[in-house]
Design a binder for this molecule. Sequence first.
Ligand SMILES: NC(=O)c1ccc[n+]([C@@H]2O[C@H](COP(=O)([O-])OP(=O)(O)OC[C@H]3O[C@@H](n4cnc5c(N)ncnc54)[C@H](OP(=O)(O)O)[C@@H]3O)[C@@H](O)[C@H]2O)c1
Length: 394
Amino acid sequence: MNRKIAILGSTGSIGVNTLRVIEGLGDGFEVFAITAHNNAELLAEQAKQFKPAYVGITNPEKEGELGEALGDFAGKILIGPEALVEIAEIAEVDTVVTAVVGAAGLAAVLGAAEKGKTLAIANKEPLVIAGELLTKIAKENNATILPIDSEHSAIFQSLQSGNIDEVSRIILTASGGPFRMAKPEDLENVTLEEALAHPTWDMGPKITVDSATMMNKALEVIEAVWLFGVSVEKIEILIHPESVIHSMVEFVDGSIVAQLGTPDMCVPIQYALTYPRRKAGISSPLKLDEIGKLTFEKPNYELFRAIGLGFEVAGKGGSAPVVFNAANEAAVEKFLAGEIKFAMIVEIIEHCVNEHRHLANVSLEELLKADTWARKEVESYVVQRAAGSGQQNT
Ligand SMILES: NC(=O)c1ccc[n+]([C@@H]2O[C@H](COP(=O)([O-])OP(=O)(O)OC[C@H]3O[C@@H](n4cnc5c(N)ncnc54)[C@H](OP(=O)(O)O)[C@@H]3O)[C@@H](O)[C@H]2O)c1
């Protein structure tokens, strides 16, 4: 029987690669539903090629454009943000690939977990902000959570070698991003173009900026805490510029197990779709003789303050991660829109984390309130900073 797959965010970097992987896998895998936010044209093209039963567009203003582009599409069309939850909860869907960006995917991930689906998670932000709740709901409803993030897929694969209580360290590798060798003053005048030029990975704009500030690694620390149920003290970050070792697990006997591969998201996407089996895929094999050597270094915590902040927030838990994430989302949006300087992103996040009134045990409602508070705080902080310095923040 075919595995019926829903892809939330099929028009993004992960979404497009997921469709390539499914096409490569051939029999046994069916694209059952796809969604986009704005890109009606690509969504319609994908619908014509893969013939899903459902197509969803979350931006209601795109309804007309999508209808026109779809022509005589035979499936169902869902409009508005709630399309994500509706699709994630469809009874026929076996696997939900979460590839939307940011907290927008939260309700759908929780809905899919409640329905006991297999969740192939690329969209790390819901795990960061509601990891405790999500993993609890998944456990209660026998939902399976499989990571797509390359580091977490590597950890997940390495963990097959032992038990979680035999783990002494989780070593999250990081390329270091485009500013690994920068000096603090260099970060002041980083352009959008420079921030979007990642040395090893080709990804969507938000995560590429997160990699440049190293917020991505900070979010991944929190993601790892919830995915693997480990304490933050066991997690370490190691800079590995070649992005060949995607992460490692050290066991109590001193053995380190790692997963290696070309920097290609199709590998972890495919593993999440075929798990627990493996199949021949579309990725090029890794040629270590051509790479020659692999290098490692410690992260520069002074230059990339987001990393230290990430560990602090992961240790605090409660409402801290949601504020950390929402402040970052709002700040990155402003940087992408040319409204603030690159260096202000982390300054804004630090401000929000320091100013917010921490709650240790949080309900979903409180999490959503903290998210709204942080986004508003970013707005007022940016205005305040511009007024204070008598100039634009860019
Ligand atoms: N790219 C990677 O290699 C990579 C690696 C690891 C983890 N991740 C994670 O995977 C997620 C997706 O990353 P990406 O790089 O694929 O992002 P992306 O290229 O920006 O794609 C985002 C997708 O989400 C849709 N979307 C945007 N805003 C939305 C909203 N408000 N509501 C619903 N859908 C929305 C977009 O639709 P439109 O195209 O119509 O705008 C698009 O389909 C992120 O959480 C990221 O951290 C990505």
